[in-house]
Design a protein around this ligand. Structure first.
Ligand code: DC
Length: 247
């Protein structure tokens, strides 16, 4: 049986999923599962091993055998908000441009997805989680009690992302970030395995113009009211509601 005590949050890059999911998990006393960080960690590992997709594209099997071997040797742990790969804390390496330029290609590989899916289900089997990514509600946790699709206008997503970069001391213009976001969204939503897609029973939330606090409060209401209704159907009843408010 697949885990059900899951708040599955999906959506495109920069919609604010990580911040919202982390705070929601804290408020609910649930674990927090950042699945994008897992794909980023594997991408970093492939880069370290010289077998990232762009580096092996010319090999006869496009480097798949090497990547599969390398994946088997990657022991990924999520420890208190840190990402640890083969005993090394790699958290600070996950948002580099090298990782960002390769992560969509890595996350399109079915053998990588299968391995991450197993790990994600294992984590959720250990206790309730807020899990965020691209395929949480549609593929990994189809029986999740709560599903959310968190969206925002591309320009706002680019603005938030470039603010994140500025906090990390990186200067990237909003228009460059917007271009990168649009490319990643296209790759993430057109791949054949588990493309970014709203699950039919997910609550749609457009966070454009909303503060994190407002979005978290809305999701708390949703989880509590769906929980009070006593079943997954309670969550589904929320349906495809589009919510938008002035800041
Ligand atoms: O959410 P993020 O930007 O950290 O995600 C990094 C990449 O990983 C993104 O390009 C999409 C991919 N990803 C995915 O394919 N499936 C997930 N469940 C989470 C992320």
């Amino acid at each position: 049986m697949l885990p059900t005590e899951v708040v599955a949050i999906d959506g495109p890059s920069g919609a604010g999923k990580s911040t919202v999911a982390r705070q929601l998990a804290q408020r609910l006393g649930f674990g927090f599962l950042d699945t994008g960080a897992m794909y980023r960690a594997i991408t970093w590992h492939f880069l370290q091993e010289g077998c990232a997709p762009a580096e092996v594209a010319a090999e006869p099997d496009q480097g798949h055998a090497r990547m599969q071997r390398s994946l088997q040797q990657a022991r990924l742990e999520l420890v208190g908000g840190r990402v640890v790969l083969n005993g090394r804390d790699v958290t600070s390496h996950l948002r580099t441009r090298e990782v960002e330029s390769q992560v969509s290609a890595v996350s399109a590989l079915s053998f990588v997805r299968a391995s991450m899916r197993d790990l994600q289900r294992l984590v959720a089997a250990a206790g309730p989680v807020v899990a965020e990514g691209r395929d949480m509600g549609s593929v990994v946790f189809p029986q999740a009690k709560w599903k959310v699709y968190l969206d925002a206008a591309p320009s706002e997503r680019a603005r938030r992302r470039s603010q994140d970069f500025a906090r990390q001391g990186r200067v990237v213009s909003e228009s460059d970030v917007l271009d990168e976001i649009l490319v990643r969204d296209r790759l993430d939503s057109t791949r054949s395995d588990a493309p970014l897609r709203q699950a039919p029973d997910a609550l749609y939330v457009d966070s454009t113009g909303l503060t994190t606090e407002v979005v978290v409060a809305r999701l708390l209401d949703y989880v509590r009211s769906a929980g009070a209704a006593g079943s997954a159907a309670g969550g589904r009843a929320a349906g495809n509601v589009r919510t938008q408010e002035a800041p």
